[in-house]
Write a protein that binds this ligand. Sequence first.
Ligand code: SF4
Length: 907
Amino acid sequence: MTSVDPLRATGQIGSTSTTCPYCGVGCGVLATPDGRGGAAISGDPAHPANFGRLCSKGSALGETLGLENRLLYPMIRCSKGTMERIAWGDALDHVAHRFAHIVARDGPGAVAFYLSGQLLTEDYYVANKLMKGFIGSANVDTNSRLCMASSVAGHRRGFGADTVPGVYEDIDQADLLVLVGSNAAWCHPVLFQRMIANKQRRGARIVVIDPRRTDTAEEADLFLGLKVGSDAALFAGLLVHLADHGALDRDYIDRHTTGFDEALARGRSIGGSAAATALATGLAEQDVTSFFKMFAATARVVTLYSQGVNQSAQGTDKVNAILNCHLATGRIGKVGASPFSLTGQPNAMGGREVGGLANQLAAHMNFTPADIDRVRRFWKAPRIATHEGLKAVQMFEAIGRGEIKALWVMGTNPAVSLPDADAARRALKKLELLVISENVLSNDTVSSGVHVLLPALAWGEKSGTVTNSERRISRQRAFLPAPGEAKPDWWIVSEVARRLGFGSAFDFPSSAAIFREHAALSAFENNGSRDFDIGALSSVSDEAFDAMTPALWPHRLGDVEPPERFFSDGEFFSADRRARFVAPEQPMVRTATGMERPLRLNTGRIRDQWHTMTRTGTSPRLGAHLPEPFVEVHPDDAARYGLTDDSFARVVTDYGQCTLKVVVTEGQQRGMLFAPIHWSEATSSAARVGALVAPLTDPFSGQPESKATPASIVPYEYVFRGFVLSRKPLALPDHAWWARVAIGGGLAYLIADNADLKGWSSWLRSVAGEDLAEYSDFGGGVYRAASFAGEAIETCLFLGPAHDAGDWSVAKELFAAATLGDDQRRSLLSGKAAEGRAGAGPIVCACFGVGRTAICDAIASGARSAAELGAQLKAGTNCGSCIPELKRLIAQSGSADPDRAKLVAVS
Ligand code: SF4
């Protein structure tokens, strides 16, 4: 950021310690405002989650603080249908009046809140309290339902409470790390670096269990590429192996658990031997046996699981199949031994603590008569909800049926992220009242019929707490002034509550006051019967809250030294204090493939983007790694369906269709496709992958099956490819395929099309004016043009045949320059750098901007390790997120022609 942003100019001086707003690792961040609206970002060496490390996303936070597309004032849909600015008081009056009217007319079940794992705990607490205690409905759910609800349900079935037993230090101390359904190298990078450090320092072995061979598998001592949906079979087979090979902890089972015999009997029916398990999972028997032996022989084992386990119609059973193996060996609550759920979002855990899910009440209390009465008395609640509400998918189905008439969405984008996302959009448009608390002025949910838009504070402006995957509560602190009229989410909800007549229960002067009440509720009539207890923090002063250092829970009143791990005494939270073995159902994928949909679509995240890209999508650095939406296909399937690497394909399911770039890779299983979830209508023309996903859910957790939707794929031809670089957002012609990415100085639209090039020339004139430098060979299918403002490029369009559209990385470099020399100006339309250098290619190392071309050149010149590449190019020497990709490129050079040109072609 070069100029001073007047809305940011009064930012504080000095560095502020805060917490990263992305994944559940919960890294500590030091932010030092530059006084111009930006901030320098570094890892906080004192934070126990990361000890100073940040991944590529965290490192680029400073690039995401701009106010483009920022919602700065409350807005309301007026009678003409347009959104117009409104005063805060009027907006809040309107929201309260409409909610009150609909509740009075149709009852509390006709309204709902849809929250987000991006909210702070204090925001979550106030929203949950209002809906469940005062409006009288439990229709409060969250995008965390899409992320880790199966872990919650599995914990509750196994432990009697939603308790994460272990801590990150166990990852440092384990001798065996088993990653199930987790691409931690991309999705939890800093924690993954801790695993690698353990491997290097202590010799820990790593097993990766995943249908996809991801970058995480590059570090595995054993990779188990099992059939989709068969995780529970593998762990059922493991339980049988442990029983049959003398690896059980009989004493632990007898003293601290129930249900072992039933779980073992079910295990025998699912995977009674290594051979049967191999058959059920599609793995080689030898690999199954190796894994079983490793697990049986290693006392210190941590099993880490994530979305590949949770996002399943049998996700809860998968979780319990894993927990069963740890309970059977007593490997829980001990140093270096634990099952471990990796949460996806920065505050999924805080939402769980508050009870911000439709099937929880509050503070790890449930809809039992005793808990309902206890929470009612604590809140002095006039109308407490007495039964569970609707979970996310069911909530949107109820909206679609017209049963829910008012919805308040806070900090999330369900029109992109929900399964069957087109149905979710249609449902949103039916609402009588759609209120959205947001940072951005526009996104897919906002454009689905919003009635009231309320500007909420964003990361860097808001202040409160978040909890990471290991139960560590950290402060998010403000280091930038609030822009425009943006307010904290907790303030917005409290003001509406006040207008609904509940002022005395929502009279919070600060987030610290909310935190104190939240902590007091956790301890209220607890006496050790509930896991979540932070009573020791219930009287924290405002000053102490400001200064609070990261702290694990529990943190009970009177704890001299709070325990780090749960269950080290073998006591659980069920009525009899014993853990439960759960017999999983026969593993299966509930949807069937067939002639029409012969493949299965798996969805997930990529390394450098987060959710629907509203924040990461503004960073040029993060956009440079994988700028286009893609679908991964196995080479055999590519041959079968007529697809080639770098071509386009249409992916179709019963719910929708997308057009995506094809990446042919051995990492993908035959019969499976993989597509990332990040692109939306705002960032692409045809890549809203949520619209493809089946809305099937797990019967216990309500979490959708996002990993196995039956799908088909067909090639899709585009005659022309190219790109537009622009200083401002553009509306591209409807016929074009496009994907938008941030670049230095503006935006790039990567495009493909079949329409007449002369039409593109006219379009460019309509957006950039007549004063163009042009090169056209319409007969040869080439059109390149640029407009200039002073010495810099203003707009630039390249279109050409698919094999020769021009190198956008060269044009990007020239576009980023404030002034172009004559040579550069002349060379722009040639698509080649003036010095004759090749373009950088896709950026592999986001921290130092090292492209694949330079890396492949270095490998071709003899670099044979990530360390050597680091020494030569600095690639991989900061956050380390790209090291697996560096290793993969080196490995590919060994198995294929090491010629650079061939390497560059590997996508
Ligand atoms: S691993 Fe990366 S995204 Fe996750 S919290 Fe740390 S810096 Fe943020």
